[in-house]
Design a protein around this ligand. Structure first.
Ligand SMILES: Cc1cc2nc3c(=O)[nH]c(=O)nc-3n(C[C@H](O)[C@H](O)[C@H](O)COP(=O)(O)O)c2cc1C
Length: 398
């Protein structure tokens, strides 16, 4: 066993759950970074909690007696076969958790053969990440209405020229939301030195070392649009001024006309919105409530999944995120009809807890747990999970 393998064995014992990684991340990264990832909308962060509780409530009745059992975890979507049906959800700024974090995500995605959805507000460009994950990069956009979406459409062009095959439009941020923990921690996006942030950084030498190594390239993708040789302050001002609101269905259609690859609409809970997305030309939708970060009163995303699958599951790929913390959670979503699952915070906790090796460790964690879960329930394929008896007490009907 080499040194890395020995370390991985001991990590598996030390961090058998995502919550163990979360606790280590809390110790290892500055408070503003941890609260950025770990926080959610509302005083009680209710929707983040109900996401987890609703997943816990989904029960699967196992079946036994299969000979020569082998679980097949490979999952094909939009023309590519991934090792497991789990991808890294778009999360704005991994480099807040660890400077250089976007690139660590991209390397892990390529190495473990899972998709990474790079967020447009990331601290690395789509070109840089596509170099590192040439087959596995998807790209997510927030709306920049300026000049009839000229900035967004140019970002999509750059993604296409970099080899990105899947474009994701996020709809569930119609307005900025209040996340109390971010305010208390004095989070500034992108990172800026201040008395509070520097005093936190100085307590976390790994973060500081990564900062010296990688710097901080805030809103890297927006730079070309923010003037000639823009400073970080210019780029930030541009993003604040020009972005916001959620894409309209007509705008989704414009992307359909301009984008030759697969088009995905992220952040829907209502089957009628999923139907609108498909009518506008989307090839897929992600049922999601942004991990409880937007609307505190939203229902758990898993409870909306079956109705969306019923509405558009034949015409489009229905994917899922929000609250997934284990292999059995992935299997629950797949059994309820998801074509693919995304996971957000767990990959950030991995990055914060274990540094560069963290995102790959989390991908391996999912692969092992999904494999074990499939064996426990007696399903060799995800199609077979759909024939099992499932109790889903919170399932919404519309
Ligand atoms: C720190 C953080 C930043 C996020 N930034 C974005 C983003 O830029 N674009 C987006 O579409 N979703 C964003 N999300 C939402 C995720 O894509 C995803 O929906 C959510 O994290 C899923 O819930 P989970 O964290 O419980 O897995 C973000 C989530 C987190 C935790």
């Amino acid at each position: 066993m080499n040194a890395f393998e020995t370390k991985t064995v001991s990590w598996k014992l030390d961090y058998p759950t995502i919550d163990d990684l979360r606790k280590r991340a809390r110790r290892r990264i500055p408070r503003f970074a941890f609260d950025y990832v770990d926080g959610a909308a509302g005083a009680a962060e209710q929707n983040m909690k109900t996401n987890a509780a609703a997943l816990d409530a989904v029960e699967i009745v196992p079946r036994y007696g299969v000979d020569n059992f082998t679980a097949n975890l490979e999952t094909k979507i939009f023309g590519r076969t991934y090792s497991i049906p789990v991808g890294i959800a778009p999360m704005g700024i991994p480099s807040l958790v660890l400077p250089g974090g976007e690139k660590e995500f991209a390397r892990a995605a390529q190495d473990r053969n899972i998709p990474l959805v790079l967020g447009s507000v990331a601290g690395a460009t789509v070109e840089e990440c596509a170099d590192l994950a040439p087959e596995n990069l998807w790209f997510q956009l927030y709306r920049v209405a300026k000049d009839e979406l000229a900035v967004n459409l140019d970002m999509a062009r750059r993604a296409q020229e970099s080899g990105v095959q899947v474009l994701v439009l996020t709809l569930d941020v119609p307005a900025r939301t209040k996340r109390p923990r971010e305010l208390r921690a004095r989070l500034t996006i992108p990172y800026r030195h201040s008395v509070q942030t520097v005093s936190e950084v100085l307590k976390h030498p790994n973060w500081l070392a990564a900062y010296f190594r990688h710097g901080m390239n805030g809103f890297a993708n927006y730079k070309p649009y923010a003037g000639v040789k823009p400073s970080m302050a210019d780029v930030t001002a541009f993003v604040r001024r020009e972005s916001g609101g959620s894409f309209t269905w007509d705008e989704v259609k414009r992307f359909r006309d301009a984008w030759p690859g697969a088009l995905v609409v992220k952040g829907l809970l209502h089957p009628a919105d999923a139907e609108m997305a498909v009518s506008a030309g989307a090839d897929g939708v992600i049922v999601s409530n942004h991990g409880g970060r937007q609307l505190e009163a939203a229902p758990p995303a898993i409870d909306a999944l079956p109705a969306v699958v019923d509405a558009v599951g034949v015409a489009a790929k229905v994917m899922f995120d929000s609250g997934v913390r284990s292999g059995i959670d992935v299997v629950r979503a797949m059994a309820l009809g998801a074509a693919f699952v995304f996971s957000g915070r767990p990959f950030m906790y991995g990055l914060g807890a274990l540094g560069a090796a963290g995102p790959g460790f989390v991908a391996d964690f999912y692969a092992e747990e999904i494999s074990a879960a499939m064996r426990q329930i007696g399903a060799q394929t995800f199609a077979e999970t759909r024939d099992l008896k499932i109790r889903h007490p919170g399932a919404l009907s519309f």
